[in-house]
Design a binder for this molecule. Structure first.
Ligand code: TRP
Length: 352
């Protein structure tokens, strides 16, 4: 039997091309090689957005439609929504009992995210300038909104997602390393306390190879920076965005020699243009202007984006099929989860 993979994404709204090239394409590649469980982490979305749940169900469904349109195949991988698997919440309670508070309070992702959320909320009141560390800039600002038990417990829930299916590998970004470490530590702690070694598997991260995709302005593509191109975005809007992309600021005229390193258009050519090396040489030689280079990039992107949009329309118009996929995914995930949960309860001696 092939090894097990688990990965999830929070349904925080539209996916962008960075998510597509960074994570989704990887899902598509992995589904042929492993037994995959891919899920929409709607409970994790609640850890920070618990006051804004009105779009949560719709966002979860939209995320699944994006996955399907990208080629994630429910015949190959189990696709489900986290909250459809109540075993996850039950194991979350149990593992919560053995998780030392210090692990959670020291979790660097928790601190970073807390600061980032605070910075966004209190944007006008930050201290210092951009070179001041975020932790300093947000000091003293009220944090009652996200100082909740659920958010602190984010890594426990994530460990549960992974451990409940006995995953060997977890495809994630490098930014999730500390979370995977906590999952591994929890396995060892569980084994030590209950004297077992065969309930859980210690998961390993599987980092995606693709470099971070730059956004329109040259910074990492991210929703919070407002520099994204979204999956399924109107093509005319994409064309306009491509024409505004950040390029080498020293290449002022079309025939000035340019430096492709750090140029967003070039980073995109690397993805969409099989002949990107020629483009690079032409740029360096001053043989091609940025406007022409951008036009060509859009022409290369267009058919792929259109194919995605067309597939999306088909799925979007067949909600019954989506519901069926979600139902079958939940069934498979629950079956797999129930096995582990029963073993955990036996080890903890809470079965009657
Ligand atoms: N924390 C992950 C992220 O923000 C999402 C996630 C939740 C996840 N549970 C998971 C990823 C389990 C992998 C496995 O990207």
């Amino acid at each position: 039997m092939s090894e097990i993979i688990v990965s999830g994404m929070r349904p925080t709204g539209k996916l962008h091309l960075g998510n597509f090239h960074g994570a989704l394409k990887n899902f598509v590649a992995l589904q042929d090689k492993y037994k995959c469980f891919f899920f929409v982490a709607d409970l994790h979305a609640l850890t920070t957005a618990y006051k804004h749940t009105e779009d949560l169900a719709a966002n979860s469904e939209q995320m699944l439609i994006d996955w399907l349109s990208a080629g994630v195949d429910p015949k190959k991988a189990h696709l489900f929504i986290q909250s459809d698997v109540p075993e996850v919440s039950e194991l979350n309670t149990l593992l919560g009992m053995i998780t030392p508070l210090g692990w959670l309070l020291r979790n660097p992702i928790y601190k970073d995210q807390l600061n980032e959320l605070l910075a966004r909320k209190y944007a006008g009141q930050l201290k210092g300038d951009e070179n001041t560390p975020l932790a300093e800039r947000v000091k003293g600002l009220a944090d009652e909104d996200i100082s909740v038990y659920g958010f602190l417990g984010y890594p426990v829930l994530m460990a549960v997602d992974i451990l409940i299916h006995k995953a060997a590998f977890v495809p994630v970004g490098k930014d999730q390393t500390a979370h995977i470490e906590i999952a591994r530590d929890l396995v060892r702690r569980f084994n030590e306390i209950y004297g077992v070694d065969n309930v859980f598997v210690e998961p390993k991260p599987l980092y995606t190879e693709i470099a971070v995709m730059p956004g329109l302005d040259g910074h990492k593509m991210s929703k919070s920076y407002g520099n994204t191109i979204d999956l399924g975005e109107d093509l005319e809007s994409v064309r306009k965005k491509v024409m505004t992309m950040f390029t080498d600021p020293n290449k002022k005229r079309a025939n000035d020699p340019g430096n492709p390193d750090g140029c967003t258009v070039y980073a995109f050519h690397k993805i969409y243009n099989p002949d990107y090396k020629t483009r690079c040489a032409e740029c360096k030689a001053g043989a091609l202007g940025c406007v022409a280079c951008k036009k060509q990039l859009f022409e290369l992107m267009e058919p792929q984006l259109k194919a995605f949009a067309d597939r999306r329309k088909v799925f979007e118009s067949d909600k019954a099929q989506i519901q069926q996929i979600i139902k079958e995914g939940a069934k498979a995930a629950r079956e797999s989860a129930a096995v582990t949960l029963a073993q955990v309860k036996r080890a903890m001696k809470i079965t009657k």
